[in-house]
Design a protein around this ligand. Sequence first.
Ligand code: T4K
Length: 396
Amino acid sequence: MSAIPGGIEPFAEPVYVTRPFLPPFERVQSRLADIWASRRLSNMGPQHDRLQAELAAHLGVPDLRLFSNGTLALQIALMTLGIRGEVLTTPFTFSATVHAIALSGARPVFCDIDPETLCIDPRSVERMIGDDVAAVLGVHVYGTPCDVDALTRIADAHHLKLVFDAAHAFGTTVQGRPIGLFGDMTMFSFHATKLFHTAEGGGLAFADATLSHKLELMRNFGIENEDEVVLVGTNAKLNEIQAAIGLEVLGGLEGERSRRSAVKAAYVRMLENTPGIRVVQQGAGVSDSLQYVVIRVDEAGFGMSRDGLWAALKQWNVFTRRYFYPLCSDYPSYMACRRDRLEHAERAAQEVLCLPMFGDLGVEGAERIAGMINYLCRRSCGLPRQAGAATDSSIA
Ligand code: T4K
């Protein structure tokens, strides 16, 4: 592995974009002992019910149902709301958002994103409204809230359902309002890569009490009772072991939040004056979900492309991720979908890079990675611009 001038050591072990926060093993073990003793492993047992109630309180939402993962939760949200026809959404998201639309039987239509928030642009939504549009699905990408007020106004004016994908926005608030309070339903992901996790899992927050029974049926085969199966449902239940992990992760969340906060502050401090690098920050009145640290790389200022930086850091054992490249609108399955001009989404997909972000990285780890980026900037600015991936010899 090539050395880095300036006293920065490459990492001896791979550093990934994230690592799950793990609570003390003995605490999970003690919950597992209860589960073993009861032999209740799944189908909405006591750990599940307790986690559901604690999470609803933590997220400040009137009602919440748990699911086996965020993707199925989102698909079930769309099906429960009876959405058919077209759904306006963003191409700048993880594949699951758009797959959930397609798997629910609806058709995705791609809108452009706002160049600052990187979330769906309400102006593009208005442009793309047509006779077949039934809903808008916004993604609070990287935990940055969509323009919830503008989207609510548009949805109300056109009698559209409004659903949010808050996979990255656990605990986010907008002007003090919890993120799960907007639209008809909001999905949270509790995957291992998320700040709060149950290894795999998801949740749907909603305010309309008439939806709760249908959601429960949808996640459990449509079973009403031993004599009746009343609708076409699936298996999307969160089991007792997942719930036990979740209860302990929730208990340790404040500690993980403060460690991540220090990590993010270190990155911001070290990169705020780096030419061509901009750390994506939350707007005024928004609390940071601390899910990702995202930079935008301007090749002209930094002297190296985003892909060049991504490749260069790998050689020092730093595995950043290009979330969300490629755009969902460029997947073969969605090439034929109706779309607006996607100018800002296309640009963002070429510029963004998610840096390692997790509590155990520590301030020292973040400073080391930021130091590598600063070193690459100094080197590249003194050299002719490179468009492609950096090679060993160009870095060492
Ligand atoms: N909507 C949005 C906007 C989303 O971002 C997601 C998921 C969803 C919906 C769907 O929610 P879920 O159905 O997943 O609940 C990861 C996650 O699997 C995915 O949940 C997440 N978004 C997406 C952004 O990231 P990959 O394919 O990048 O994961 P992977 O396996 O490459 O993991 C990334 C790094 O994390 C690894 O390099 C190492 C580390 N890692 C990962 C796992 C699974 C660990 O240290 N431990 C682990 O157990 O998708």
